[in-house]
Design a protein around this ligand. Structure first.
Ligand SMILES: Cc1cc2nc3c(=O)[nH]c(=O)nc-3n(C[C@H](O)[C@H](O)[C@H](O)COP(=O)(O)OP(=O)(O)OC[C@H]3O[C@@H](n4cnc5c(N)ncnc54)[C@H](O)[C@@H]3O)c2cc1C
Length: 591
């Protein structure tokens, strides 16, 4: 139990980052107080409900490479953390494609001619990739070929981001879709036959949606002396240029101002600078205004039939309909829908605050979504009996051309405050999943207790690959062996050494026989004369043998070393490509 003399840490935002920060504060004997403006915890990862139907903002898969976060999830959920075998497809031009793409299924759907074109376009991209690689379009096309990019990536990506793929920065793709390092790929290939467990096949999910996880975090925090205040919006942060000194929040009709010792904020960083009082300099405010976000709305349709389709979700690439992705929540967990004959379908629309889709009346959105569901052949329009709409502003931080420079201006300004840390997805304008959002909160709490973590390094150092690498021990011996086995052999040095060794051996053997003397000198060695023309077991012959042996061994060793280097290079290239393909298999999941 926390004593009141322990330092109090104020945390703004009750999403994964804020609640993880609070959880860690308790572990470090500090008292967390979380202010959350919503009426439930979980932020973007909350579970919403309509009548008895539960649904989340986009379908949240729980998967992480960070063991301590995985452990924390299991501690919170126990047996309510279910394993879901993934099933998902892409809908494109009237056909359903398995996703991640499967060769035979894609081939069957595309037909022989289109498949051949895709293959040719892939080969062309491998031979002459477009460089420099500046935008997302080039990044994907260089890896998949332009034709596959146009078929499977372009339309959906543009639906999600609302902009052309050549306007999305390549570093966004590089951050989200990192492959294994070549070293890890080699280790996997050598020790594990290339097997990697991945989010592609299965994932964890709380029995009643992701919000259940965050409710357990809240219960834990409150049970151990912390506080989580809902419906509590932070509206002002007073400061003296070095420290945040006070916080003002509104709850219901009331408003309260309180002193601040330490502050962790997980609200969008652009909003954070707007509630600082006095206001930051104009360039900082301008940088905040220029950070942009993509928003999202989900139309939940109640249908009077279960088992509409077997997938958890379907990506809709067809440009004829506006819907981007369709969720079938009962396939995430049967507990998401009530018992009986009805089911619920989540029709997801990517949009901007204030655009035509965002402004549509809920009734019209339900009507449109029901029409599109029927148009796609997934249900009859008459089967839709009810519906609701949830709008999620600022769902995705956008990596447009200027974002990095704008973020740098804001970061530099905020770093001037000694008791403020900005964490989480929008708090760092990072396209983080839950685990990385949580990690930033945890490390922020550690920093208050003397840790020296640079929160901005989290994603850069810890690649985002959602694959579990094999548990190969970090042994210096293995490292050394790997370095030596895969090092390039210097052909000339190896050949010269081999030549010298072979020459010396035969020179010394001949010399020894000559010194030893006797009849029929070196009768076996003399047979070499059949190959080394002019060789005899004499002093002169020893020099002839040296020359022959040197040049033969030199040639042999040089060729051997050259071929070994060539095959090694080819092996590493194939491994790299295979590994790249593996990590791109679920590219659309990361958009
Ligand atoms: C469609 C979609 C699908 C996703 N799918 C996955 C997935 O499958 N797996 C995965 O790991 N991640 C997924 N994510 C990402 C995940 O949702 C985020 O990483 C996570 O929610 C970020 O947590 P956070 O705490 O940083 O921010 P948020 O979840 O945004 O929480 C911030 C909180 O701050 C509160 N707040 C804001 N302003 C104030 C204020 N002034 N005062 C008080 N409170 C305030 C908000 O109400 C909110 O609750 C998905 C995201 C989206 C949009």
């Amino acid at each position: 139990m926390i004593l009141h003399s322990e330092p109090t840490v104020i945390i703004i935002g009750g999403g994964p980052a804020g609640l993880s920060a609070a959880h860690q504060c308790l572990a470090l004997k500090m008292r967390p107080v979380v202010f959350e403006m919503g009426d439930k915890v979980g932020g973007i990862s909350r579970t919403e409900s309509y009548k008895d139907y539960l649904f989340d903002i986009g379908g949240h898969r729980f998967f992480t490479r960070m063991a301590h976060i995985d452990q924390l999830w299991w501690e919170m959920m126990g047996e309510d953390f279910i394993t879901v075998a993934r099933q998902s497809r892409i809908y494109y031009r009237g056909r359903f494609y398995d996703y991640p793409l499967k060769l035979t299924n894609a081939f069957f759907n595309l037909g022989i001619v289109e498949s051949a074109r895709i293959l040719l376009s892939y080969l062309r991209a491998q031979i002459s990739p477009q460089l420099p690689e500046e935008n997302f379009e080039q990044w994907v096309a260089n890896r998949f070929g332009w034709r596959l990019y146009r078929t499977f990536f372009k339309t959906y990506t543009e639906k999600v981001w609302g902009m052309d793929c050549d306007q999305i920065q390549a570093d966004w793709a590089a951050q989200r879709i990192k492959g294994l390092s070549l070293k890890s790929a080699v280790i996997n290939a050598m020790f594990g036959g290339g097997k990697v467990k991945s989010l592609i096949d299965s994932f964890q999910y709380p029995l009643k949606g992701p919000g259940m996880m965050w409710e357990r975090f809240r219960d834990h925090i409150e049970a151990h002396g912390g506080e989580v205040r809902l419906n509590s919006r932070v509206t002002r942060l007073g400061h003296d240029q070095v420290r945040i000194t006070s916080l003002t929040r509104s709850e219901g009709e009331g408003e309260e101002t309180m002193p601040v010792e330490q502050l962790i904020s997980s609200i969008p960083i652009s909003r954070l600078v707007k509630i600082l009082d006095p206001a930051p300099p104009a360039p900082v405010l301008a940088a905040a205004d220029n950070l942009s976000y993509r928003s999202f709305l989900i139309v939940v349709l109640i249908v009077n039939r279960k088992d509409l389709f077997p997938d958890q979700w379907i990506y809709i690439h067809s440009p004829e309909v506006r819907v981007g992705r369709i969720q079938n929540f009962e396939n995430w967990s049967a507990a998401m829908v009530p018992a009986g004959e009805t089911g619920s379908i989540g029709m997801e629309y990517f949009c901007d605050i204030g655009d035509a889709t965002w402004r549509m009346a809920d009734r019209d959105l339900i009507e449109m979504a029901a029409g599109e569901l029927a148009e796609l052949g997934l249900a009859e329009k008459e089967e839709v009996v009810d519906g609701t709409v949830i709008r999620q502003p600022m769902a995705y931080p956008v990596y447009d051309r200027g974002y990095s420079a704008n973020l740098a201006v804001i970061r530099a300004y905020l770093e001037g405050f000694v008791n403020l840390q900005s964490v989480g997805r929008n708090g760092m304008h990072r396209y983080n999943n839950m685990d990385h959002s949580m990690q930033s909160g945890i490390l922020a709490a550690e920093n208050i207790r003397g840790g020296e973590y640079d929160l901005w390094q989290i994603n850069e150092e810890d690649s985002y690959l959602e694959e579990e690498q094999l548990p190969i021990p970090k042994s210096p011996l293995i490292e050394k062996l790997l370095r030596q086995s895969f090092a390039r052999v210097d052909e000339f040095a190896f050949a010269a050494a081999s030549g010298t060794l072979a020459g010396l051996l035969i020179f010394l053997a001949t010399g020894w026989l000559v010194v030893k003397g006797g009849d029929n000198l070196g009768q076996h060695l003399q047979l070499i004369g059949q190959y080394f023309i002019g060789y005899t077991v004499t002093v002169e012959g020893a020099f002839i043998a040296f020359t022959y042996a040197f040049f033969s061994a030199f040639l042999f060793a040089w060729t051997g070393a050259y071929l070994r280097n060539l095959f090694l290079t080819l092996y590493l290239y194939v491994l790299k490509k295979k590994n790249e393909m593996m990590s791109l298999r679920d590219l659309i999941d990361h958009l």
